[in-house]
Design a protein around this ligand. Structure first.
Ligand code: F6R
Length: 268
C-alpha cells in the first residue's frame, strides 16, 4: 500500500482530485467508483472547480457509488443520491445515464427484492467492464462502504445493518428529530477489491485509530478496511491528523519519494 500523508484536509482534497483528474485524462471513459462521506466533499469541490476552470470532461465517465441508505424515499435530501447530485453530478458534464447508485427505496418489501437490486448492481458493474478507480472513505470502526466489522472479506453487494456508532456518525446530516437509517445497501468487500485501483481517503483525528488498524494492523474481518492489504494497487491518502497513529510515517515518506523517482507512472 502506498501511503501519502498530507499536511491538512485542503491538501488531501486537492491531491485526491488531481489523482482522479489524471485518471480521467488517461482514460476519458473511466469507470469511477465513488463514496458519499464528508471526507469526499472537498475533493468533489475541487473536481467541480477543475470542470469549470479547466474543462475537466465528465461526459464519458461512468460512476458507481459504493452505497445508499435503505428506506429513504426517492429524492430525500439526505439520500446519497441527492448528496451526490448536490456535491458533484449537478455541476459537471456527466450524463444521468452514466450514474449508478444502489436503489434503496424499496422499503418494506421482502428481502428478495433487495437481493435482485444487489445482483443487478453487480451485473451493471460487470457490464461496464469493472471499476478502474474506486474511492473509499473509512468509518471510525474501520468500515469501507458500509461493510461493518465482521463483514465477510469476500462479501458482495447486499443490504447491511449499520452499527450504532455509524448511525450516530451519520446523524449530523439529518434534521433534528429525524432518525438516520439503520440499514443500507453496500458494495461488498469482495466487490470493492475487484476495482483495478483503490484510493482510500481519511481525514481528522477521529479516523486515526481506524487508519492505523487498516494500514498496519492484522488482516481481519473485525476491521473491514484491513482487507485493502490484499489488493495490489491501493493508495491511502491521509492527512496528518488521520495519520497520527501510524508507526512507520518516516518510511512512508521515504517510500513515496523513491516511488516518485523510480516509478513515476505508478503515481497516477
Ligand atoms: C460512504 C461510505 C462510508 C464513508 C465512511 C466515512 O459512501 O461508503 O464508508 O466513507 O462512513 O464517512 P465520513 O467521510 O463522513 O467520515
Amino acid at each position: 500500500m502506498l501511503v501519502i500523508i498530507t499536511d491538512d484536509y485542503a491538501e488531501l482534497s486537492r491531491e485526491a482530485a488531481r489523482i482522479i483528474a489524471n485518471a480521467m485524462r488517461k482514460k476519458p471513459d473511466l469507470r469511477l467508483g465513488l463514496a458519499t462521506g464528508d471526507t469526499q466533499q472537498g475533493m468533489y469541490g475541487e473536481l467541480v472547480r477543475m470542470h469549470r476552470e479547466a474543462g475537466l470532461d465528465f461526459s464519458r465517465v461512468v460512476t458507481f457509488n459504493l452505497d445508499e441508505y435503505i428506506g429513504l424515499p426517492a429524492g430525500h435530501p439526505q439520500s446519497f443520491r441527492s448528496a451526490m447530485r448536490k456535491s458533484l453530478f449537478d455541476h459537471v458534464s456527466i450524463p444521468v445515464s452514466h450514474i449508478h447508485i444502489p436503489d434503496g427505496t424499496l422499503h418494506g418489501t421482502p428481502r428478495n427484492n433487495f437481493d435482485e437490486v444487489c445482483e443487478q448492481y453487480e451485473a451493471e458493474i460487470r457490464r461496464a467492464g469493472g471499476i478502474d478507480l474506486q474511492i473509499v472513505g473509512i468509518g471510525k470502526d474501520g468500515h469501507i462502504g458500509f461493510n461493518e466489522p465482521t463483514s465477510s472479506l469476500a462479501s458482495r453487494t447486499r443490504p447491511k445493518t449499520l452499527m450504532q456508532q455509524t448511525i450516530e456518525d451519520n446523524r449530523h446530516n439529518f434534521p433534528p428529530g429525524e432518525e438516520p437509517p439503520a440499514v443500507a445497501i453496500t458494495m461488498g468487500i469482495g466487490t470493492i477489491l475487484e476495482a483495478r485501483r483503490i484510493l482510500l481517503l481519511a481525514s481528522g483525528t477521529a479516523k486515526a485509530k481506524a487508519v492505523a488498524l487498516a494500514v498496519e494492523g492484522p488482516l481481519t474481518a473485525s476491521v473491514s478496511a484491513s482487507a485493502l492489504q490484499m489488493h495490489r494497487d491501493v493508495t491511502a491518502l491521509v492527512d496528518r491528523e488521520a495519520a497520527a497513529n501510524l508507526q512507520h510515517k518516516d518510511y512512508y515518506r521515504k517510500a513515496l519519494e523513491m516511488a516518485r523517482k523510480l516509478t513515476p507512472g505508478r503515481l497516477w
